[in-house]
Design a protein around this ligand. Structure first.
Ligand SMILES: Cc1cc2nc3c(=O)[nH]c(=O)nc-3n(C[C@H](O)[C@H](O)[C@H](O)COP(=O)(O)OP(=O)(O)OC[C@H]3O[C@@H](n4cnc5c(N)ncnc54)[C@H](O)[C@@H]3O)c2cc1C
Length: 336
């Protein structure tokens, strides 16, 4: 691990001022410190933001405000979240382990980096995300966990290919729920809809998000709860616990009798960012909640999907997961 300085701050303004060149915020440290040990991240200074406040959740049926330092366990078990946003609670509880969730923060989870083997291991020279212009070893390598949607590969116009995925469970639920991210930097505060917060790789796979290097995430907000009665988080993975998603689906339905009034649908493990398909949601809205409707939505969500040597199975797996999650959501919510 490279030498680095450590600085502890006690307020958001102090955190922003402390962010010198090549410094990074330290939340729970469960991702950043690992990457520093592997030599992938080399910040000159860690700015410890664990004592700046921003650790409260306010949630009811009219909306929610979640501080950036709220731990994943606290968020998943908050009574207002469990009652009104069960989709978020279940997505969080499907992630990592109890110990990790006790430490991991909302801001850190939003910002966690890909688990692509070639990104995380500096012994592999080619990774456009770690070292722009070096290539993408995953394209012809072991690409079981990689993207099937929105990627930059040989068929795209980008010279900087990347088929990495966003590994978060929480983020997938936040996309289906239409969350917003409140951020603060030297130029002031701004609000970024979460669906615009993460990037597709395009020409700059090294940039995961639209957050500027000098900005702090303050909070995440949720609109009024529409899916408290009908939602489901489905995670397909190699082990039942302590494993990242091969494919995950966050499905929320607002029902009007047997018909779907509005829908929120997002997929994880399939792209550089959680994949929200307006076409799939359109295929659901106003339609009866039947398997046929859900299959049409799944086809719309996976339109244009493309697999590689080791992950072509994900295209069909994702369709099946979409149908299953929607079927379950149409019946109710997961038990707490
Ligand atoms: C073994 C293992 C298994 C895991 N399994 C899963 C899983 O199944 N599903 C899943 O979703 N996740 C999983 N995770 C990932 C885990 O959820 C993340 O490591 C965690 O959410 C990161 O949060 P943190 O607070 O520890 O972030 P940190 O490691 O502290 O920070 C991560 C990044 O976010 C930045 N950051 C933190 N807070 C802010 C802020 N307020 N503003 C701006 N930038 C900020 C940091 O500078 C850093 O760049 C797993 C992790 C491990 C180690």
């Amino acid at each position: 691990m490279n030498p680095f300085a450590y600085s502890r701050v006690d307020a958001p303004d102090a955190a922003i001022h402390a962010l010198l060149q090549n410094a990074k915020f330290l939340g729970g440290g469960t991702n950043l410190v690992d990457l520093m040990k592997y030599g992938v991240e080399r910040p000159s200074t860690l700015v410890d933001i664990n004592h700046i406040g921003l650790d409260k959740v306010q949630a009811d049926a009219n909306g929610a405000t979640i501080g950036a330092l709220v731990r994943n366990s606290d968020l998943a078990n908050d009574p207002g979240i469990v009652a009104n946003y069960p989709l978020l609670s279940h997505a969080l509880l499907s992630g990592a382990s109890a110990q990790l969730r006790n430490r991991a923060t909302t801001g850190g989870n939003l910002m966690q980096r890909t688990r692509c083997y070639y990104f995380m291991d500096t012994a592999f020279p080619a990774c456009n995300k770690r070292k722009p212009g070096s290539g993408c070893a995953a394209l012809k390598g072991f690409n079981r966990i990689h993207a099937i949607l929105g990627q930059s590969d040989e068929g795209s116009t980008s010279p900087h290919t990347c088929i990495a995925t966003n590994p978060s469970d929480m983020n997938v639920a936040l996309y289906a729920l239409d969350a917003k991210v409140e951020v603060h930097g030297p130029k002031g505060k701004r609000t970024i809809p979460v669906r615009d917060f993460h990037r597709l790789p395009g020409d700059h796979p090294e940039q995961d998000t639209l957050l500027r290097p000098d900005e702090l995430i303050l909070s995440v907000t949720l609109p009024a709860a529409k899916f408290a009665k009908n939602s489901w988080y489905l995670k397909a993975r190699d082990r039942q616990s302590y494993a990242f998603a091969l494919v995950s689906v966050a499905a929320g339905l607002e029902m009007d009798g047997d018909r779907i009034k509005t829908a929120g649908l997002a997929l994880g493990g399939v792209a550089h960012k959680p994949w929200r398909s307006a076409e799939a949601e359109h295929a659901l809205e106003g339609k009866p909640a039947t398997e046929e409707t859900f299959e049409k939505a799944a086809d719309a969500a996976l339109a244009g999907a493309k697999g590689y040597e080791h992950n072509a199975f994900k295209v069909e797996l994702a369709k099946q997961c979409v149908v299953r999650a929607l079927m379950q959501a149409s019946k109710g919510v997961q038990a707490s």
